[in-house]
Design a protein around this ligand. Structure first.
Ligand code: MN
Length: 712
């Protein structure tokens, strides 16, 4: 306990030591002058813990000193409670110090008067005042955040009910603000402290679980660290790696918001690499993707597209040793500072005194708020806008008629469609996002207007499950697909059976219902549909059923195995029961054959797939197939591109592939001989024509040596 108290007890000498590392002698002495004034004003006052009151403002100033805030801000921090708690007036501060400091202290005092009990309607006015204070000088908010942080650190002396209320307020108001301004080191600490106070049991249990998981395999952590460090040295890129601690609060949020299981969250290894330059970030990413296989679709480039609060970094997930997922962040030292301190990180770059808002993204945000504030006289309306910005877990999107649909952050157009109505989701074919056609996988942003285009005969696509995130959308799609799978299997079964019968000179229509019914019960199926489904899924051979159906005298002779007459036509829309082999990635236009995989349906292969030999030896069931003229859908295929080793080659090629209208599902690169590398892309294309266009484009890129398709 005594240890805790000592941590909270900051002496002015400690503060000055810290200030001397970045402020001038004169500036430090000004801060000291503010201390003398404040100590005098607070003389005789004590905190709830019994210690002298002045410890609190010093501690608040210390938090801001760690962010390297300017000396005026620190002076105001030391004086932040004098108007409120000691009868000192604003005019007096203006006289003893200056207008700037008087305004800052006055701003903080006004905020202190506001009680933010909840997001409730009654608080709208207070929100508005707070926002206004921010737009005038954001240092007011930084001082308020530091004040709150120190109060949270010393929450232990409060009555539990009061501590809980303050924790709730911190969660509702201060954490979102810290997040929006990107001040993550403060935010993380507030989160842990608030969770401890508000949900002490949950925090204790989760903390134990998280500690247990991360402590489980220390040798694996050091092993990965060593591998990464060695690779960094090999690449001759100056950089430092460190493991990141799992935070209890963020683990808890993921469990609540994303419904993730603790086991999935805790057993992830998180590392961060800090390098010198932006260029080195991308080179380091390449080196790491080379060291461990990247998880497809998990790479995020927040350097090219920073988050709204200015955060920049590369994020990727790798398959580590024994398949453990490794979350990796790569960024420069400067980006790291912004990641930790957000808007405050920009302060010490500015020389001129009293420079207020600096970070571009935050400045932009504040400007927008001010505009909303001006244009809406109504506090509730203003609050709605502010909530949108302060509560980033939700996205607010409009229907064409102006109705607001609230979705979790990360929701896509598909989620919106299902939120409107199940039928709208099931029959969704396209969407206009702010009047522009947009792919269904597009993530939604606040304030967008979305119109869903439907077609009566449209049906859900299994691929939607890759990007639908709401429970409603996922459950409805799954239920529909299950039904669809049965229908499609029956339809395919009918086509297969019809084709076999035709070869025997009999038409399926010529077989009477009664005959069919006899066969159905003989084979132990409930009805005809079920029999056809079993044929479609490959659990029953169509040929055998056909033979059983055709009475022996009708059957002239054994019909040979090859079936030149009718090969089955693949339309591309039978995705539930027709799969496309990953090994050879057949695309429309390729010569194809198909093989039955009992229970799962057909798998279509390229005719030159090297695996076909194995299947032949295993005596698998073959089927001749051909593409329909109007084949639909998207198809995966893998290509290899040999390039000269040049910086940015991967990015250039990837950008061009995207421009050609193809999606990249996976990328790998390997160095061949120091001069050249091979890039291996798994792409989504429409057909051979699409691929040929893509090849032509890629060949035109300077330093591309060779482009080839990989089959098998
Ligand atoms: Mn205070």
């Amino acid at each position: 306990m005594t240890g805790d108290v000592r941590i909270n007890r900051y002496l002015i000498s400690d503060l000055c030591d810290e200030l001397e590392t970045y402020l001038t002698q004169h500036q430090v002495s000004e801060v000291y002058r503010a201390y003398l004034f404040s100590a005098d004003a607070h003389a005789g006052q004590t905190r709830l813990s019994g210690e002298p009151y002045i410890y609190h403002p010093i501690a608040v100033a210390h938090i801001l000193a760690q962010m390297h805030m300017d000396h005026k801000c620190l002076m105001a921090a030391i004086l932040h409670d004098v108007i409120e708690d000691t009868g000192t007036g604003k005019a007096q501060l203006n006289q003893v110090f200056d207008q700037e400091i008087a305004d800052l202290v006055d701003g903080v005092s006004k905020l202190t008067h506001l009680t933010f009990a909840s997001k409730a309607e009654a608080q709208a006015e207070n929100f508005q005042k707070m926002m206004l204070a921010m737009t005038q000088d954001i240092r007011v908010i930084l001082i308020k955040l530091a004040d709150r942080l120190h109060n949270m650190r010393t929450l232990g002396v409060m009555r539990p009910a009061k501590a809980r209320r303050i924790a709730r307020e911190t969660i509702d108001i201060y954490i979102p603000i810290a997040n929006r301004l990107g001040i993550n080191n403060v935010r993380h600490e507030l989160e842990e402290l608030a969770m401890q106070a508000h949900w002490p049991w949950r925090h204790a249990i989760l903390q134990k679980a998280v500690m247990k998981c991360s402590g489980n395999r220390p040798e694996l952590v050091s092993n990965i660290t060593e591998m990464i460090t060695r690779r960094i040295q090999q690449e001759d890129l100056p950089g430092a790696v460190d493991g990141r601690k799992k935070r209890v609060y963020s683990t808890y949020r993921k469990m609540v918001v994303k419904r993730s299981r603790l086991i999935d969250l805790a057993d992830v290894f998180a590392f961060r690499i800090i390098v010198d330059t932006v260029d080195a970030c991308y080179r380091m990413l390449g080196a790491m993707h080379n060291l461990y296989r990247p998880m497809p679709g998990k790479f995020k480039d927040y350097i090219a597209i920073p988050k709204a609060n200015g955060y920049q970094s590369l994020h990727t997930i790798l398959f580590g040793p024994q398949g453990v997922p490794i979350e990796l962040q790569i960024r420069t030292r400067d980006m790291h500072r912004v990641a930790e301190q957000g808007i405050a990180a920009h302060w010490h770059y500015k020389d001129e005194p009293g420079g207020s808002v600096t970070s571009d993204a935050a400045a932009e945000w504040l400007r927008n708020l001010l505009e909303v504030q001006k244009s809406s006289g109504d506090s509730m309306e203003f609050l709605e806008h502010v909530k949108i910005d302060l509560f980033p877990d939700e996205v607010y999107v409009f229907t064409p008629r102006g109705k607001i649909i609230v979705l979790p952050r990360g929701a896509t157009i598909i989620d919106f469609a299902y939120a409107v109505h199940s039928d709208v989701g099931n029959q969704c074919v396209a969407a206009r996002l702010d009047r522009q056609l947009a792919p269904l996988r597009t993530r939604l942003n606040n304030g967008q207007t979305l119109e869903i285009l439907t077609k009566d005969d449209a049906k859900p696509n299994p691929a939607w499950l890759n990007f639908a995130i709401t429970g409603k959308a996922r459950a409805t799609i799954r239920a529909y697909l299950k039904r669809l799978e049965r229908q499609e299997a029956a339809e395919l079964g009918r086509r297969l059976l019809g084709r076999e019968l035709q070869e025997m000179g009999v038409s399926l229509d010529a077989i009477s219902k009664a005959e069919l019914q006899v066969m159905v019960s003989e084979l132990g199926h409930a009805d005809c549909d079920e029999l056809l489904q079993q044929i479609g899924l490959g659990n029953r051979a169509a040929r055998l059923v056909a033979r059983l159906l055709v009475v022996p005298e009708k059957q002239d002779e054994e019909t040979g195995l090859d079936s030149s007459q009718g090969s089955l036509v693949i339309k591309g829309s039978e995705r539930m029961v027709v799969n496309f082999a990953k090994c050879c990635g057949p695309i429309p236009g390729d010569p194809i054959v198909s093989i039955f995989n009992p229970g799962r349906g057909m798998v279509v292969h390229h005719q030159s797939c090297p695996n076909l030999g194995d299947f032949r030896r295993q005596g698998k069931d073959w089927l001749d197939v051909q593409w329909a003229d109007d084949v639909q859908g998207e198809f995966h295929t893998t290509i290899r591109i040999d390039v000269n080793n040049q910086r940015g080659m991967l990015a250039t090629v990837a950008a061009l592939i995207a421009e050609a209208g193809s999606n990249i599902e996976d990328v790998r690169s390997e160095e061949r001989d120091g001069l050249s590398s091979s890039l291996r892309f798994t792409l989504v294309v429409k057909d051979r024509k699409h691929l040929a266009t893509l090849f032509r484009w890629i060949r035109a890129i300077p330093n591309v040596l060779k482009v080839a398709r990989l089959i098998g």
